[in-house]
Structure formats: structure tokens, C-alpha cells
Design a binder for this molecule. Structure first.
Ligand code: CS2
Ligand code: MG
Length: 402
């Protein structure tokens, strides 16, 4: 059996997605998500120019060897572009492997460790009142866990707040939109949001919040302490995590659980965070952290230190990522939670899938493979649209973290 063709399908049904499709000599196909928000075409070039020629003719069942062939063979290891390309190929090969076995992907990983996958939705609003209403809507939709984000008085924008409530798409212009940020105003305001949520909705639901890399470690410690009263499920990406040691300082000051890792792309990005138990949830995703093959390794390391998974699942992770992630989530012993930002109907039409939502849980379905397909005819009517993520500045113009 051989890899006969590898194609990259770029489509923009509401937002840009890149899908790697592998076709085998027996006709079996598999797909993987290769979307890197704002840098999509870099991954397309990597796949078309450097991966495809090297893999044609190889045995698709040798997925572990192919992973190392692409990782070590690149010489220039790691990084989001390389690892998104490897992730997409790996996911497609696991999809093929499961189809050849005529089994849902989770069975090949070790079978179910739970009945379904608890997910969290995104409630956001310009004001605390608006966000409270959105939290209520997610509770009505059956969510057990809700991420809450709100605008900050006297700030024109902040992360995670959008006009469109159910779908949040931050890549909003070809040339980066410029946002302005004030840590002081933000730190004064956010505790009021969670006080209001607990006051109005009580303690039955898990509450999450994403700081999106914008604080220093000591500011994170301050925010973590100020939120302890509201029993957060996690505080996410509070400070840039390249400096893994920074989390030692945070840990000295607060018991608020910490989640990090959606922008990580290998185990090396989080080895110290995990082995020193500096975080509580690892957010690495199937799409950006080396596919199923590598994400299993990250999860197994995390499991040694009682750290749980909380895979990234934003709108720029395609339904292919969501489908593969749900098979991973159903299996992984140290599962924590799965992010679930719903895709718009236009996107779902291009990516028919077997996963379903019910009462705050997702289930991947039981069709062979990861259960997601791509309608290439529909995909073709949505041409790529250059879009970038915003940049962020402090009020004095200093470039900050978006
Ligand atoms: C966010 C993402 O969902 C999240 O936790 O951090 O929406 C992130 O902003 C986007 O994936 C960036 O493309
Ligand atoms: Mg995030």
C-alpha cells in the first residue's frame, strides 16, 4: 500500500481553513487540519513543496516513522509552521489507519475512557450585563462549563469580545487591526465579572477565563488571587509561556488553576511547566502540536504530574481538528475539558462530521476514522481571503501581546 497523492485544500467558508488530504493506492483517503490562523499559506507551501514530494510512494501505515521522518528530516525542528504541517499529515494517517481497521479512531488509541466529552462554550459581551445574559444563554444550551470574557470600561476593544455572540473570529483584516490595552483597567474590572456571574447563576457551572498572554507573572498572581473566591475552573494564557520558569512565581501566590499551551507545538514547549507542576491543564491541540502521535506523548507526560488536557478548539481549528480531538478526548485518561467554539453553518457544510452536541457534552460518533470529511466541490466556491490576527499596543503605543 502506498501514498498516491497528497493535496492541500484551502477554503474560506466564513474563515480560512487548510486541509491536507492523503489518497492511498487502494483508494482510502484521510484528512488532517493544517490551519494556522493568519499564516495559512506558509503551511500550504510547506506541505506542497517539502512534504508531498518526500512522502509519495511511502507506506501510509508507517505513521510513527513518517512523523520522525518529517520532524527529524526537516533539520530545522519545531515551530508552528513545521508542526502544523506534520500535525495535518499525522492526523490524516491516523484517519486512514482507523478506516483500514474499520473502527472509530478512539478504538485504536485504547478505547473510551468516558461516555462523552465535556466541552466549554464562549460567553462574551461588551459589558458585564451583556456577558451575564450570554452566560445565561449557554446555561440554557446545556453547557456545564462556560468561558466568560467582557469588555472593559474606557477600552475600545479587548480579547474575546465580539459582536457575533456564538461565533468569535479574531482574524478580522488582511493587515493586522491595532488594538489598545490597559492592564490596570482590566485587572480592576475582571473580578467584578466573576462576582456577578456567581451572584446571578450560583456555583453549579465551571467558569473559565482567557487572559490571552497579556499579564506579567506578578500581575497574573494578583488576578489569580482576586479570582480564588469565585472558584475558577482555569485562568488561561495569563502570561507569555516561553519563559516556563515564570510560572513558579505565580504558583507561589495563587491556587487558581492555570491553563496554557494552545500555541505550543511540541512537548519541549511545556516539559518544565509539566514536570514542575506549574500548570493544571495543557491546551496543546491536534492541529498545532504534532497531531495525534505527539499529542499523546504530551498528554502522557502531563498525566505523570496530575495535569489534565484542555485542548484548544477555537473557530480557526477546523471541524477536522474538532473531530480528531474528540476521539483523542474520549480516550485520553487524564482528560480535563475540550474547548468548543461552534463553527458557522457555512463551515459545517464544507466539513460534514459525525460529532454531536448534547447537554454540554460532545461525542465524536462511531464511524470509521475521525468522522469528519471535506466536500471539495463546496470548498472550491470559497476562495482564500488573506486575513491576519490583530496586534495589541499599550496606551503609550508600546507593542504588547495580543
Ligand atoms: C483563544 C483563541 O480560544 C482561545 O482560547 O485563545 O481563540 C485564539 O485567539 C485563536 O485561536 C487565535 O487564532
Ligand atoms: Mg486561548
Amino acid at each position: 500500500m502506498q501514498i498516491e497523492e497528497i493535496s492541500t485544500i484551502v477554503t474560506c467558508p466564513g474563515r480560512n481553513f487548510v486541509t491536507a488530504k492523503i489518497t492511498c493506492s487502494d483508494g482510502t483517503t484521510g484528512i488532517g487540519d493544517a490551519t494556522l490562523n493568519g499564516r495559512e499559506m506558509a503551511v500550504v507551501a510547506y506541505l506542497d513543496e517539502h512534504v508531498r514530494p518526500a512522502l509519495l510512494g511511502r507506506d501510509p501505515r508507517r505513521s510513527e516513522e513518517i512523523w520522525h521522518y518529517l520532524y527529524r528530516g526537516a533539520y530545522w525542528r519545531r515551530g508552528p509552521v513545521t508542526m502544523s504541517a506534520i500535525s495535518a499529515i499525522d492526523t490524516a494517517l491516523w484517519d486512514i489507519k482507523a478506516k483500514l481497521a474499520d473502527l472509530p479512531l478512539y478504538e485504536l488509541l485504547g478505547g473510551r475512557s468516558r461516555d462523552a466529552v465535556m466541552v466549554y462554550g464562549h460567553a462574551n459581551g461588551e459589558t458585564i450585563e451583556d456577558t451575564l445574559a450570554e452566560v445565561g444563554r449557554y446555561i440554557e444550551l446545556g453547557y456545564k462549563a462556560i468561558r466568560a470574557q467582557t469588555g472593559v470600561p474606557d477600552m475600545d476593544s479587548t480579547y474575546g469580545v465580539s459582536g457575533d455572540k456564538l461565533y468569535y473570529e479574531p482574524a478580522d483584516a488582511a493587515i493586522p487591526t491595532e488594538n489598545v490595552w490597559s492592564t490596570t483597567r482590566y485587572l480592576d474590572h475582571i473580578p467584578k465579572l466573576f462576582e456577578a456571574i456567581r451572584e446571578q447563576y450560583g456555583w453549579e457551572h465551571h467558569l473559565l477565563h482567557d487572559v490571552h498572554h497579556r499579564l506579567t507573572p506578578i500581575e497574573t498572581a494578583r488576578l489569580g488571587k482576586s479570582l480564588e473566591t469565585y472558584r475558577m475552573f482555569w485562568l488561561e494564557d495569563a502570561t507569555p509561556a516561553e519563559n516556563q520558569e515564570a510560572f513558579r512565581l505565580i504558583r507561589q501566590h495563587t491556587t487558581t488553576p492555570l491553563a496554557v499551551g494552545e500555541i505550543f507545538n511540541t512537548i519541549w514547549d511545556c516539559k518544565d511547566l509539566i514536570s514542575e507542576q506549574l500548570i493544571d491543564y495543557i491546551r496543546a491541540s491536534v492541529t498545532h502540536a504534532g497531531g495525534i502521535t505527539h499529542l499523546r506523548r504530551i498528554a502522557d507526560l502531563a498525566g505523570l504530574y496530575q495535569i489534565r488536557t484542555g485542548c484548544h478548539g477555537a473557530t480557526d481549528n477546523s471541524p477536522v481538528c474538532m473531530g480528531a480531538a474528540l476521539h483523542f478526548d474520549l480516550w485520553v485518561p487524564n482528560f480535563g475539558i475540550q474547548e468548543y467554539m461552534r463553527h458557522i453553518p457555512e463551515t459545517d457544510a464544507v466539513f460534514p462530521h459525525a460529532y454531536t452536541f448534547k447537554d454540554g457534552y460532545l461525542h465524536p460518533g462511531d464511524v470509521p476514522g475521525h468522522g469528519v470529511d471535506i466536500d471539495e466541490t463546496l470548498a472550491a466556491i470559497h476562495p482564500y481571503k488573506p486575513m491576519s490576527l490583530p496586534i495589541n499596543r499599550l496606551e503609550d503605543g508600546t507593542l504588547w501581546h495580543w
